[in-house]
Design a protein around this ligand. Structure first.
Ligand code: NAD
Length: 321
């Protein structure tokens, strides 16, 4: 039995090696993402193990995939929107993913950014660089157990986030489209408008869907507290970026922590000359009360190990059964 793994990052290689040794199965490690141009590298394998990637191709890609005797696409992340599921069904290709490789990793990054913004670390860095070390009344902070944290979306990541804030003594309220009993002890359920109006920290954890696209726009930002902090660890499209920049510039909210941006596909995961970096990002990143990270909230050793192990197990177990 042999599996081909594409888009293999250096940080993943040790976990692939460990999995091969443990299961006595060969995995061919390929650096580049899978496309019709390098599909031949998977010749002789039972399936492929992928990271989120550009679209694989049109129907002819899947036809060729099946003709080569490949049976499985094991995605080692959650998203499978780059795969044509209708073609997979037609050619009897089984698709699996890893829906939760470490919700805690993303929850911890959201908390980290919220606390850094709450304690105004960006502003201190800026004023201290100017030689200003005196107590500045504009930079007095709040303590987390005095605050209300509002979560939008209470799934794997929202739930972990709720537990972390609750452990720190914050009042945690949440809006989710369905009521989940398992979080009743850590959150008080409410509606979206209440989360927007009452929260000191608003943390977004829904997927991007037609219903959630731009759910935080000019109107919602105006309705937030003036000292509210917005955290988006989910998908950039949940927030109207232009409206957010406007609200920050008008001091309608106090700050933002963003691991995702609406136009991130143009530049996240790439190393670019600075003149090719989008202007919106540059505007946000230059603000001391904004933290932007390049979609790395998931990027911990635990998550990487789980992605590799579960992604490969999903393929291996189907073949074994
Ligand atoms: P999940 O499916 O476990 O939870 C999503 C929750 O959102 C569910 O409880 C669902 O009921 C709720 N929901 C969906 N639509 C809603 C709506 N219109 N209104 C209110 N609630 C709604 O997903 P998860 O694992 O918690 O992940 C959440 C999101 O985090 C993912 O969709 C992904 O976009 C993002 N994510 C980011 C990173 C990162 O590194 N930054 C990593 C993984 C996932």
């Amino acid at each position: 039995m042999k599996i081909a793994a594409y888009s293999v990052a250096a940080s993943e290689k040790p976990y692939f090696e460990q999995w091969m040794k443990k299961n006595n199965v060969e995995v061919k490690l390929i650096d580049k993402p899978l496309s019709i141009n390098n599909l031949n590298e998977a010749a002789g394998c039972i399936g492929v193990c992928l990271q989120q990637a550009p679209k694989l191709g049109d129907e002819s890609f899947y036809q060729r995939f099946a003709e080569m005797g490949l049976k499985y696409i094991g995605v080692r992340t959650a998203g499978i929107d780059f795969i044509d599921l209708a073609s997979c069904k037609k050619y009897n290709i089984k698709v699996t993913n890893v829906p939760a490789y470490s919700p805690r990793a993303i929850a911890e990054m959201g908390l980290t950014q919220a606390l850094a913004l709450l304690r105004k670390l960006g502003e201190y860095k800026e004023t201290m660089a100017e030689g200003k070390f005196s107590l500045n009344p504009n930079l007095v902070s709040n303590e987390i157990y005095n605050l209300t944290v509002g979560l939008v979306g209470l799934g794997h990541i929202g739930g972990e986030t709720a537990r972390l804030y609750r452990a720190l003594g914050a009042n945690v309220i949440a809006y989710n489209r369905s009521h989940k009993m398992e979080y009743e002890s850590v959150v008080e359920y409410t509606d979206l408008q209440t989360v927007i109006e009452k929260s000191d920290i608003i943390s977004l954890h829904t997927p991007l869907t037609p219903q959630t696209k731009n759910m935080i726009g000019a109107e919602q930002l105006r309705a937030m507290k003036k000292d509210a902090i917005l955290i988006n660890m989910s998908r950039g499209g949940l927030v109207d970026t232009a409206a957010l920049i406007d609200a920050l510039q008008k001091h309608e909210i106090a700050g933002a922590g963003l691991d995702t941006l609406a136009d991130e596909a143009k530049f996240f995961r790439k190393d670019l000359p600075l003149d090719q970096v989008p202007a919106d990002y540059k505007t946000l990143a230059a603000m001391p009360n904004v933290i932007v990270t390049p979609h790395v909230a998931f990027y911990t050793t635990t998550a990487v190990e789980n992605m590799v192990n579960i992604g490969l197990d999903n393929i291996y177990r189907q073949e074994e059964n």
